[in-house]
Design a protein. Structure first.
Length: 189
């Protein structure tokens, strides 16, 4: 569990570095790096969540739910970002006018909605399943972290889709910031 926690922390740090790199440079290369780190981050979370559910002895029902929700999240975010890298950005670089509703970074957008569905809804549900499956007080820090992360992801998802797109920024706090703390604490298990 320690190696997976360390790997997850490293992946999260590289993700945030790639995001900052893009915000500072605004280059295609940094954007591609950020998008690829988003896809890799989803895969890292899938591995982390599966291993975590084994470590905390979740029953098989919750293990399956966690795996299904994370697989959905990874698939959707991968589709959104890979389509953006391989299709949308290529069309734009060839001078084709791609409407904003087919671009990541614009709202409302098909690609953004798919990405929000992956990270907000499905990753949020996976966090909640981990929290619900914990009965051992020894893992209360994981339970509270996952509960808070799941709620923030779901609020971000619902807020972005139905209320105010700026509420989406709660979701990255849920899947980006809190898990670093959780992984640090988990290394001691």
């Amino acid at each position: 569990m320690k190696k997976i926690s360390i790997g997850s922390i490293i992946a999260l740090i590289i993700y945030f570095v790639s995001l900052l790199l893009f915000l500072i440079t605004k280059t295609d290369l940094s954007l591609t790096f950020w998008k690829l780190m988003t896809v890799i981050g989803g895969i890292v979370y899938l591995i982390l969540f599966i291993k975590l559910s084994e470590k905390i002895s979740s029953d098989n029902f919750y293990k399956r739910l966690i795996s299904v929700f994370m697989a959905c999240g990874v698939t959707l975010t991968s589709v959104a970002h890979i389509v953006n890298i391989t299709v949308t950005r290529r069309l734009i670089s060839n001078g084709i006018n791609v409407p904003d509703y087919f671009r990541i970074g614009c709202w409302p957008s098909v690609e953004m909605a798919v990405d929000y569905l992956g990270w907000g809804l499905f990753v949020g549900l996976a966090f909640l399943c981990i929290a619900i499956s914990i009965n051992n007080k020894k893992y209360n820090f994981i339970k509270i972290s996952c509960l808070l992360s799941g709620v923030l992801c779901l609020i971000g998802f619902i807020g972005a889709l139905f209320i105010n797109e700026n509420l989406w920024y709660l979701a990255p706090m849920g899947y980006g910031i809190i898990p670093i703390y959780m992984c640090i604490k988990t290394m001691k298990i």
